[in-house]
Design a protein around this ligand. Structure first.
Ligand SMILES: Nc1ncnc2c1ncn2[C@@H]1O[C@H](COP(=O)(O)OP(=O)(O)O)[C@@H](O)[C@H]1O
Ligand SMILES: [Mg+2]
Length: 255
């Protein structure tokens, strides 16, 4: 079985005249936590949406779990979509549903499991992301920011995905909440054997959870590798990135 679960090759993306990606290539390996970094507007979310088949690039190739997304059949695409869970930037829980209903929605829609079993699975997932039992019956508006993220994560994990996509999961959380969320991701990767792709601009996350990452900039991948590899890169964007975020590192590590 291949060690590479996601391959992005020479991807070009345009919105009208706006060229967002001009030949992006990267690889995500099985079991790793892979970061997508880059300034605002560098095309991180767009690339993630292309990998999960919400958008189609103008050219290039994307392979996920051995399937070529440009040539995949409708029925294979439907199966593939259930191999991943996604946590979007805004969290995006249904506001009219409780946490329990949000987490269970895909199980109800896509499986024939008996309701009793769905209820048990949902309870397990809610427990797994560290939410208290009583949170199950709360509505999104009744949750703190950190709880919304955890509930969204429980929903993303409902169908036991192999891949987990996270778009800026720690944005909007305070440093303590962000660190707790990062640790949760590490724990879940280990327990569930997940491969995780995480869009982030949080340098602390790169320090603590991300195994390898790509830095997007100037419509390209400026650098890819481990933290130590990328830090050696003399590109001005990389230098600026590591210089500019130092204060943040100190603040989360407490000095
Ligand atoms: N659906 C869309 N239609 C038109 N332009 C878009 C769309 N989505 C993203 N863009 C543009 O693509 C660029 C990259 O956006 P995005 O991927 O959201 O960046 P990032 O997530 O790195 O901040 C931006 O210039 C943005 O305006
Ligand atoms: Mg984004």
């Amino acid at each position: 079985m291949s060690d590479t679960v996601i391959t992005v090759l020479n991807v070009v993306t345009r919105f009208g005249k706006n060229v967002v990606h001009d030949g992006i290539s990267l690889n995500v390996r099985r079991g790793e936590i892979y970061g997508l970094l880059g300034g605002s507007g560098s095309g991180k979310s767009t690339l993630m949406k292309e990998i999960i088949m919400l958008l189609r690039p103008q050219s290039g190739e994307i392979r996920v779990l051995g399937q070529n997304l440009l040539t995949i059949s409708r029925s294979d695409a439907a199966i593939l979509r259930h191999q991943w869970g996604v946590l979007f930037q805004a969290g995006a829980l249904y506001s009219s549903l409780t946490v329990r209903e949000n987490v269970g929605i895909k199980l109800k829609e896509y499986t024939d499991l008996p309701l009793k079993l769905i209820r048990d699975i949902v309870r397990l997932k809610i427990n797994m992301v560290g939410l208290p039992e009583h949170a199950a019956d709360l509505y999104p508006a009744e949750l703190s920011g950190g709880m919304v993220k955890r509930a969204s994560l429980a929903r993303a994990l409902a169908m036991d995905p192999k891949l987990l996509f996270l778009d800026e999961p720690t944005s909007g959380l305070d440093p303590v909440g962000a660190e707790a969320f990062d640790n949760l991701i590490l724990k879940l990767r280990e327990i569930l054997g997940l491969t995780v792709v995480m869009v982030t601009h949080d340098l602390d996350s790169i320090w603590t959870v991300v195994d390898r990452f790509a830095v997007l900039g100037e419509k390209k991948v400026i650098a890819e590798g481990t933290l130590n590899e990328v830090r050696q890169n003399p590109h001005p964007v990389i230098k600026k990135f590591f210089r500019g975020k130092r204060g943040l590192i100190r603040s989360r590590n407490g000095g």
